[in-house]
Write a protein that binds this ligand. Structure first.
Ligand code: SIN
Length: 529
């Protein structure tokens, strides 16, 4: 098996991975391995922005209080303080890197958007394409950095080493172009693989979001936390040909109203904050409204804004809806909730350190304690940038830097015959796993449905592991195995949490239980709270 050696291995090329790579390249050689093209990440599709205190009338205390309130008792206060207070410095760094942000009409200040759960406008943004803007600037800096190399179209399969070996020392990966498996050996590996929206049938996430980092970390013996808290975005475009198109919450920040198909506004009857209630509240209200009426979607109406203004502020939403025959200036947008963001993930401290030596995690794959039971809108890019920056600084000063790595030839463990399979027989199980999650582990859960999901996902995981051990590796199988494992971990975490809190709503226990004001932690099948 070919082996590549580097100082630092970064898996994933969204904002967290690229920002970390740029910082680490000041003192180390960095290899970024990414499963598709460099820009294909959740970051690229982000529309809202970065929540950060940049205006004199706003305050750190306000942002901290809003984050804690959305997190429903589970945010780690120290983590929230760090992220909020270090945010403005990271925004300034992005400006220095050439990232453009929308400004006020006089051009003197950053324009600030508003989203659900925020007590003040504080979302710095670039029209409705902040993700594209951010990713483009970071990629340009990465490409021109001589200490960073990149391997695109390479899917990480598993980590080298793990708890049993005493540390993680890189990864095994599948090169999709040459169809060969190779190893990357590095004293430091950073998971920046993003989230796992694709464990659900309907999601705002791109195809790459299959929970690979969470699954690899689990198999290596790292702890994962709070996986039951899956955030459903209330408003994804409902159209048979639209795959995963998000209609940004910032539309509601600009006055868009939700209506049922009979034309009635309903949000105020669920929450006095109306359309700007936190996301879990809005998603559940839409779910209730759809179940009550039997309708397949609700409507988001921003027709009170002039078309010219809409085209300037929301060019992405405007153009995309128009492609599907919806002119948002004159007609309301059909929308439904869809899986959007994993609040849980690989458990890390505020320097991105997991509980395995040699393994860090940053961005959506990680659970640092900032989001608690429900992430406040636009806090994710903020957390990704702050954590990536702190993880690189920690590594620079670490006595561990350049720890020993395994010498000699490596072999992918657990696979009898590591050949690459060309097969599509797995498509059925892929769809089945995602449908089980959608039907049984959605916005409203029950003990009975979670039990059914546990059984069905267990079978899918077992089949995937059997094919894996007996026949070899294919990209579809790698992802199916990861989807099945992460789905099972979500279900186990959901079963463990015998209460309703934040994004986790179970009809059998409709209220929060103070005894459960703590994280759920899962480590290689064994569960502890
Ligand atoms: C949005 O634009 O609605 C998404 C922003 C986020 O998920 O924080």
């Amino acid at each position: 098996m070919d082996t590549v050696r580097t100082d630092v291995l970064v898996l994933g090329s969204g904002a967290a991975g690229l920002f970390f790579a740029l910082k680490a390249a000041r003192f180390a050689d960095v290899l970024v391995v990414t499963k598709r093209g460099l820009s294909e990440s959740n970051t690229f599709y982000a529309q809202g922005g970065i929540a950060s205190v940049t205006h004199k009338d706003d305050s750190f205390e306000g942002h901290i209080a809003d984050t804690l309130a959305a997190g429903a008792g589970l945010c780690h206060r120290d983590a929230v303080e760090i992220v909020v207070r270090e945010g403005p410095a990271r925004v300034r760094e992005l400006l220095d890197l050439g990232v453009r942000f929308s400004t006020t009409d006089d051009g003197d200040d950053l324009a600030l958007g508003r989203e659900g759960g925020h007590s003040a406008p504080r979302i710095v943004h670039y029209r409705d394409v902040i993700g594209r803007e951010l990713e483009t600037a970071l990629l340009a800096a990465v490409r021109s950095n001589p200490r960073i190399s990149v391997r695109e179209d390479c899917l990480a399969i598993d980590l080298v080493g793990g708890a049993a070996a005493g540390r993680v020392s890189g990864c095994y990966a599948l090169d999709r172009r040459s169809k060969t498996i190779f190893a990357v050996v590095a004293p430091h590996t950073v998971l920046a693989t993003g989230g796992a929206g694709k464990i659900y049938l309907y999601t705002s996430n791109p195809d790459v979001a299959t929970g690979d980092g969470m699954a690899m970390a689990c198999r290596a013996g790292a702890s994962l936390a709070n996986l039951e808290f899956v955030q459903f975005h209330p408003t994804c475009l409902y159209h048979p040909d639209a795959k995963s198109f998000l209609v940004s919450e910032t539309l509601r920040g600009e006055g868009a109203r939700l209506r049922n198909l009979a034309g009635g506004e309903f949000m105020k009857s669920y929450d006095p904050r109306g359309e700007l209630a936190p996301r879990d509240v809005v998603a559940r209200a839409i779910d209730r409204e759809m179940k009550r009426s039997g309708d397949k979607c609700v409507l988001l109406d921003i027709t009170h804004r002039p078309a010219q203004w809409l085209r300037a502020r929301f060019p992405n939403v405007y153009e995309n809806c128009l492609k599907f025959g919806i002119d948002i200036g004159v007609q309301p947008i059909p929308v439904v909730p869809a899986a959007h963001y994993m609040c849980g993930g690989v458990r890390v401290d505020m320097d991105g350190q997991t509980d395995l030596a040699g393994l860090m995690a940053v961005g959506e794959v990680a659970c640092s304690g900032v989001h608690g039971a429900n992430r406040l809108a636009s806090n994710s890019l903020l957390e990704a940038l702050v954590l990536a920056s702190r993880a690189a600084a920690k590594l620079e000063g670490s006595a561990e830097r350049g720890a020993e790595t395994p010498a000699g030839k490596l072999a992918l463990p657990g696979v009898r015959n590591p050949k690459v399979l060309e097969t599509v027989i797995l498509d059925h199980d892929w769809d089945l796993a995602r449908r089980v999650m959608w039907d049984y582990v959605g916005i409203v859960r029950s003990r009975e449905r979670l039990g059914i999901a546990r059984e069905r996902l267990g079978q899918i995981l077992e089949t995937a592991e059997r094919i894996w051990a007996a026949y070899g590796v294919s990209a579809d199988l790698v992802e199916l195995r990861n989807i099945a494992l992460v789905s099972s971990l979500v279900v186990e975490s959901a079963i463990m949490r015998a209460e309703s809190r934040g994004l986790h709503y179970v009809i059998d226990y409709p209220d929060p239980d103070p005894a459960w004001e703590r994280d759920t932690v899962i480590k290689r099948g064994e569960a502890a709270a």
